[in-house]
Write a protein of this length. Structure first.
Length: 55
């Protein structure tokens, strides 16, 4: 089984990194921003809900 690696970052840093990478794949800025939006949407859709109790 593969180990899970956790990376602590801010949402802004994630958006910046995704935007930089998308800009290398898609030259049109608008399309790059849409690609970033799709990626973020996919990440948040697959995320687990926040625990309702404090541990």
């Amino acid at each position: 089984m593969a180990a899970i690696q956790t990376v602590e970052t801010t949402l802004g840093e994630l958006i910046e990194a995704l935007t930089e990478e998308a800009g290398q794949v898609v030259r049109d800025e608008r399309e790059a921003n849409m690609l970033v939006a799709y990626i973020l949407s996919d990440i948040f859709r697959k995320s687990e809900p926040i625990s309702q109790s404090w541990h």
